[in-house]
Design a protein around this ligand. Structure first.
Ligand code: SUG
Length: 443
């Protein structure tokens, strides 16, 4: 971490020991399709950590966010259960299995939904702002934010450099899913940028079809809280067509970094208006490079199934053009593979596609981009954050050792009824927090 430059740091979610296929997310096709299947938490966590290792080896600064404490017993108490832990688990498994699945969900792994982040070069107070997402649209995710705020406050504790905001009010009008509906574009990471907020509905608008999980009001509230410049901020509506085809977040059909926006023809309700607004907002800073994937080349349905856009778009050390870190499913789907081959053979801004195996997460609708929260940080900010969560290979090895020693390799919904699983999850998390030097703050 010797670089004095401003860098984009990816904070990946460490997949927790209770990773399971709960079928909890309406409008997320993978979650619905794989509901009830047996998961493999050990493999899931190892896959995620291998993705992090790949980036560490390439020379990126890589961070990690620990899993939240699961089961969330407080949630069961709020739902009226009482008695000993074992009694609550038993009662919930019998009369409210869906609540038990929510209490056990490992969904905090998708850290693109943990918060919205604005780097210090975009904010008027010169601090890096993070607003935890309320995730109010899905029950199992709506209980993440209080612990997410604690984790962010522990990691980004210096008030001189960082401002961690609590989640927006828990009302449908403020529905917010964090960075999954937010793209920051810029000429170079340290320069002033343009922040694109993508919303699926207006506050008060009734939900038709699959749920639109982000409101314009939520996006506007965050931009106000982060003290962003209005003329460098763009709000664009996600196409209803995309949401109803299964793009429950904008990052299922769009990804951007630096001056490049890579998106599907049907990502935005009005592509021309969105691009014109981005060009206007980026005047004097950089020239926007849009890469639109036409429906004729990659049908929306394929893009969503293969998660072409739910990829990390990275300025790979030593490479001239951007690298798309895409899931293996993109390679296995004819139209998306062929598109990638043509794209890299051309002379556009994306010069290489690399595939990674995150299948365990993918089967719940979480690709490489869902698994990371991007935080653009100056060298000073990197030095001011909690160092335990910045990874090197030795720390990845140590985390993998904990995973191998404490995680199950098979988990089904009925296993959640076993009260002994509570202690197993707590022991596993304690081991991880220990490696990340977070036991005092979050243990
Ligand atoms: O919120 N899946 C997550 C996937 C989140 C993907 N994130 C981004 N696109 N950034 C969700 O729908 C499924 C859990 C289950 O069904 O057990 C789930 O929560």
């Amino acid at each position: 971490m010797s670089s004095t430059e401003t860098l984009e740091v990816n904070f990946d979610g460490l997949i927790g020991p209770s990773h399971n296929y709960g079928g909890m997310s309406d409008g997320n096709l993978a979650s619905q399709k794989n509901a009830g299947d047996v998961s493999n938490p050990r493999e899931a966590a190892l896959q995620g950590l291998e993705k992090m290792r790949l980036l560490v080896r390439a020379g990126f600064v890589q961070g990690v966010l620990p899993p939240l404490e699961r089961p969330n017993l407080g949630f069961l108490v709020d739902a009226g259960f009482s008695g000993s832990t074992a009694e609550m688990i038993e009662a919930a498994s019998k009369c409210a299995p869906r609540l038990l699945k929510a209490a056990y969900s490992a969904s905090s792994m998708w850290t693109a939904n943990a918060a919205t982040v604005s780097p210090s070069s975009d904010t008027s107070d010169g601090r890096l702002h993070l607003t935890a997402a309320n995730l109010s649209s899905m029950l199992h995710r709506s209980i993440e934010h209080p612990e997410t705020v604690s984790a962010l406050a522990s990691i980004f504790g210096s008030e001189e450099h960082f401002s961690v905001h609590a989640a927006l009010p828990m009302h449908a009008d403020f529905a917010d899913e964090g960075a999954a509906n937010h793209v920051r574009l810029c000429g170079h990471h340290g320069g002033e940028g343009v922040e694109l907020f993508v919303y699926g509905r207006e506050a008060g608008e009734s939900v038709v079809g699959f749920p639109a999980r982000q409101t314009r009001l939520a996006s506007e509230s965050i931009s106000r809280g982060h003290n962003l410049k209005p003329d460098r901020t763009v709000f664009a509506r996600q196409a209803a067509k995309a949401i109803n085809a299964g793009a429950f977040h904008n990052d299922v059909v769009c990804v951007g970094t630096l001056d490049t926006l890579f998106f599907h023809e049907f990502a935005f309700e009005d592509t021309d208006v969105t691009l014109a607004a981005l060009r206007e907002a980026s005047k004097g800073l950089f020239e926007l490079k849009p890469v639109m994937v036409p429906e004729a080349e990659v049908p929306l349905e394929d893009a969503i199934r293969a998660y072409l856009f739910n990829s990390q778009l990275l300025q790979w050390p030593g490479e001239d053009r951007l690298v798309l870190l895409a899931p293996l499913e993109t390679q296995e789907t004819d139209s998306t593979r062929a598109f990638c081959e043509r794209m890299v053979a051309g002379n556009g801004p994306i010069g290489r596609v690399q595939f990674v195996d995150v299948r365990q997460s993918m089967r719940n609708g979480g690709g490489p981009a869902c698994l990371r929260l991007r935080v653009v940080m100056t060298a000073e900010e990197r030095a001011a954050c909690h160092q335990g969560v910045l990874l090197d290979e030795a720390k990845i090895d140590a985390l993998q050792d904990v995973v191998r020693a404490t995680y199950r390799d098979r988990l089904s919904a009925s296993d959640l009824a076993d009260p002994r699983f509570v202690d197993e999850c707590l022991t596993a998390r304690e081991g991880l927090l220990n490696v990340l030097d977070l036991t005092d703050q979050l243990g």
